[in-house]
Design a protein around this ligand. Sequence first.
Ligand code: SF4
Length: 328
Amino acid sequence: MTPFGYARAADRADALARVGSGARVLGGGTNLVDLLRQNVEQASELVDVSRLEGAIRESDDGGLLIDASVRNATLAAHPLVRHRYPVLARALLAGASAQIRNMATVGGNILQRTRCMYFYDVEGARCNKRQPGAGCDAMDGFNRYHAVLGASDQCIATHPSDMCVALAMLDAVIHLSGPDGERSVPLTDFHVLPNATPQTETVLKPGELITGVELPPPSAAVTHSEYRKVRDRSSYAFALISVAGGLAIAEGRITEARIALGGVAAKPWRATRAETALVCVAPTPDAFLAAIREELVGARPLSGNGFKIGLAERTVVAVLGALAGARA
Ligand code: SF4
């Protein structure tokens, strides 16, 4: 690890000024410190934003405003999150360990980087994300955890966050502040697919800071929602597949379906095709399966991860089936 300077931000303006001067943002440090320690990333200055005010409050329209420095554990336990956005609470509790959730911040969770093992192997592996043009050892290597949707011939990594899958399903909006002022970006547009530039992972501009996340008022499919994560062991493991699902049903027909997938792409994957296919149909396992197959028609399996397609189908059918059954 190369030496770096450290400063604790006095307030948001101080953090912005330091980020504008080239400092890296340090939240809970649960990913960035690993990246620095393993020389995957380098930094000359860190600005610690984890002690800035971290509030969770209701917005004027009945949604929720969450400061970026709110800890994952705090967010998961908040009564408004548990009662109005249960999918978010469950996704947060499915992530990492209790100790990490106590440290990790909302902003840091959004910006965490892939856990592709070749990305972290600076001595022995080729990685286009770490070193553009170097090649990708995952393509013909151990790619059990890698992407089946939206990958490119440059990178097949997945985004590791559970929280972001729920945020994608909830139509969350990311609030940013930077040298050109403030702006907002839908979570589903914040992370980008690898294409020819896998080193670019988000639309965050130089000098910008994530200041918070806004959730719209919950719809019926949000209050009746579920998060299910399938992984190789029962705790402290990243998702092979995860599903954030929500259903609203009236008079035997689906009036609103929400589905987001994790573990399948370089970004949380909002399954809009499947959602559209489910509107106005009866909530049956066959309908759920047909809808998710429509979403996965563009899936491209690799040598080690073809099982993810069937696993995604079964998990979506199970989640939506449980939601439909619970409403019957
Ligand atoms: Fe690097 Fe992406 Fe290939 Fe992993 S999948 S080795 S992150 S280029």
